[in-house]
Write a protein that binds this ligand. Structure first.
Ligand SMILES: *Cc1c(COP(=O)(O)O)cnc(C)c1O
Length: 392
């Protein structure tokens, strides 16, 4: 059948030879998935969204399934769902598992936007929340009730870096029949194995260490529980969550170097955090592998590694303007949110805005995300900025 050029450039008979292999997995794209015949598509409609085949681009491709499988291997899980960001993964867990009348419990040092979600999106649905002090298991026990369906844990806490007794918190929550979800972004599947300590669900901001490039946003929800996965999968489909192949390719590219990068981030960060602890302007360094940091003993009993984050409290006798001068004088540190990429970052925080538990910090908090630059260069940069900001 003779065809016009426009038609021939869309429909052709060429099939590439089978057997091509390379180190990276292939990148498969498509909104429409094509079926060989009408009977096959009729049959497949019954299994839309199941991972044993292909139905529609949003419901999975060889590329998304490959990343899901690798993340299952990373965490020791059976099921994985990929969402457009770490925040989307958090929202998916809440919306998938909670209904009117339910309550969720969040650690008081929880990742900020997760608290915002509990304060804004969930109340009109009749879902309430309370914050518990993650460093006080009795506080969690007191706040667990018959309406508590979901308990979030995070280790260490965002920004203030307290490391809770995860095993104990998980045991208390499960004893009361609550589902326990972990924000495992800091651990990245490398520092500790979440399902070995008993959590039901683990979420990641793949945006951070798994991608490692500071060039993509993505999140994951993993679990070993078939029933929980099924509930989350239904909500996932209903919310139209999915990820693009080009973004998945970036995370697949980052994963093989995840553990090596994590170890390097960790080593440089411990070096710099210890050095900062000896500087006169610094009141306290918050880094779970340092003995001066809250929950250090819990970090030591759960983890072997410690990511690339730490916070510093500058003495309250200094002014916020001095803190800003310090940040602005750093040459090698970008100023901005997020972490896990190659470039070191710095962020000043106003403490009262981020902390609702009973812990009380004095001073001005600055958080550092240490990248992959040389430790010596970063230390030199910190030293000159400390002089500029604090004269010491
Ligand atoms: C960054 C982060 C998230 C959210 O990830 P995004 O991909 O930026 O939405 C969630 N939890 C923690 C602890 C994070 O640091």
């Amino acid at each position: 059948m003779p065809k016009d050029l426009s038609t021939r450039l869309i429909h052709d008979d060429y099939v590439p030879p089978a057997g091509y292999r390379a180190v990276p997995p292939g990148v498969f794209k498509g909104s429409t998935v094509l079926f060989p015949d009408a009977a096959t598509v009729r049959e497949r409609v019954k299994a839309f969204g199941l991972r044993d085949g292909y139905s529609y681009g949003l419901y999975g491709t060889p590329t998304t399934y490959t990343l899901e499988q690798r993340l299952c291997a990373l965490e020791g899980a059976r099921h994985c769902l990929l969402g457009p960001s770490g925040q989307a993964a958090i929202a998916l867990v809440n919306l998938g598992l909670l209904a009117t009348g339910d309550e969720l419990l969040l650690p008081s040092n929880v990742y900020g936007p997760a608290l915002r979600h509990a304060r804004t999106t969930l109340p009109p649905l009749g879902i309430t929340h309370q914050c518990y002090d993650p460093m006080d298991a009795i506080d969690l026990a007191r706040k667990l009730g018959p309406r508590t369906k979901l308990v979030w844990v995070e280790a260490p806490g965002s920004i203030t870096m307290e490391f809770p007794d995860l095993r104990k918190l998980v045991a208390i929550a499960k004893e009361q029949g609550a589902v326990v979800a972990l924000d495992n972004t800091w651990g990245a599947g490398v520092a500790f194995k979440p399902f070995e300590i008993g959590v039901d669900i683990s979420i990641h901001a793949l945006t951070k260490y798994p991608s490692g490039g500071a060039d993509v946003l993505m999140g994951s929800v993993t679990t070993n529980d078939d029933a929980l996965h099924e509930r989350l999968r239904v909500t996932y489909l209903d919310l139209g969550m999915g990820v693009g192949a080009n973004d998945v390719e970036l995370v697949l590219r980052g994963l093989p170097t995840l553990e090596a990068r994590y170890r390097l981030h960790d080593a440089t960060t411990r070096d710099l955090a210890s050095w900062m602890a000896g500087q006169p302007a610094v009141r306290q360094v918050l880094h779970p592998a340092l003995e001066s940091s809250p929950g250090h003993e819990h970090w030591a009993s759960h983890c072997s590694l410690a990511a690339g984050l730490f916070s510093v409290l500058f003495d309250s006798t200094y002014t916020p303007a001095q803190v800003d001068t310090f940040c602005d004088h750093l040459d090698l540190f970008g100023i901005g949110l997020s972490w896990g990429g190659p470039m070191s970052l710095v962020m000043p925080y106003e403490l009262p805005c981020i902390r609702s538990g009973n812990a009380c910090y004095e001073g001005h908090l600055v958080r550092f995300s240490i990248g992959l630059e040389s430790a010596d260069d970063l230390r030199e940069d910190l030293a000159q900025a400390l002089k500029a900001g604090f004269g010491a």
